[in-house]
Design a protein around this ligand. Structure first.
Ligand code: ADP
Ligand code: AMP
Length: 215
């Protein structure tokens, strides 16, 4: 099963994608996590991406598309994957469609996690992330068992540098301009499914599983 997660930054794509990956035993591929790992490791890719990420802008398609296509060509992607944070532009979506088409394949579901901007700002201000395993928490809605420590790997949690309120507003603008058109793109492809992302976390997942059980 090949799944694309759509939705604004902070809508809950990562939270749901991790649960989907676990339930269906497919890799969770987050382009944001790949960039952050490269920044941490001081690679050339990380250096290219950092200035864009810090400003809340998108990393250019020339960098991002090749990176993602290489990742999904790996062996663990044979039975599918859940893409979180890719595609974010129409050229990214077109490249993915073309790459899959050349193998007689396609995306099965594009799940749009719908959350209004006001709720997004609240979520982002309480988000905490594990810099080691990528798990995401919220200080009120999804608190870790021990304050500020990752339940999964015991690492101290951080506030992402791009979760500052000023940057969140820029990221939301970028989302509306460049990423929201993907909803119409995947609707036209017949694979768009809408999910009410304002509900409590387990209910959002229940709705996601009901959709993915369609075929
Ligand atoms: P995205 O991957 O779309 O940027 P995240 O999955 O990191 O978003 O979620 C953003 C924040 O909102 C996190 O702190 C997360 O714990 C919290 N969150 C996710 N889903 C919900 C939900 N349904 N209700 C309340 N908070 C949520
Ligand atoms: P995320 O973790 O998905 O919120 O991504 C964090 C940041 O990484 C984004 O604000 C972008 O700067 C960059 N990024 C992640 N995925 C993409 C993508 N598909 N295209 C361009 N930039 C991306």
């Amino acid at each position: 099963m090949k799944i694309v997660m759509l939705g604004a930054p902070g809508a809950g794509k990562g939270t749901q994608a991790i649960k989907i990956a676990d339930k269906y035993d497919i890799p969770h591929i987050s382009t944001g996590d790949i960039f952050r790992a490269n920044i941490k490791g001081g690679t050339e890719l990380g250096q290219k991406a950092k200035s864009y990420i810090d400003k809340g802008e998108l990393v250019p398609d020339e960098v991002t598309i090749g990176m993602l296509l290489d990742r999904i060509a790996q062996d663990d992607c044979k039975n599918g994957y859940v893409l979180d944070g890719f595609p974010r532009t129409i050229p990214q979506a077109e490249s993915l469609t073309e790459a899959l088409k050349s193998q007689g394949d396609r995306i099965d579901f594009a799940l749009n996690i719908d959350v209004p901007d006001e709720a997004i700002i609240k979520r982002m201000s309480g988000r905490r992330a594990c810099p080691k395993c990528g798990a995401t928490y919220h200080i009120v809605y999804a608190a870790p068992k021990t304050e500020n420590i990752c339940d999964k790997c015991g690492t101290e949690l951080i506030i992402r540098s791009d979760d500052k309120p000023e940057t969140v507003k820029d990221r939301l603008n970028v989302y509306h301009q460049q990423t929201e058109p993907l909803i119409a793109y995947y609707k036209a492809a017949g694979v768009l499914r809408e999910v009410d992302g304002t509900q409590e976390l387990p209910k959002v997942f229940e709705d996601v599983v009901a959709i993915l059980s369609e075929n």
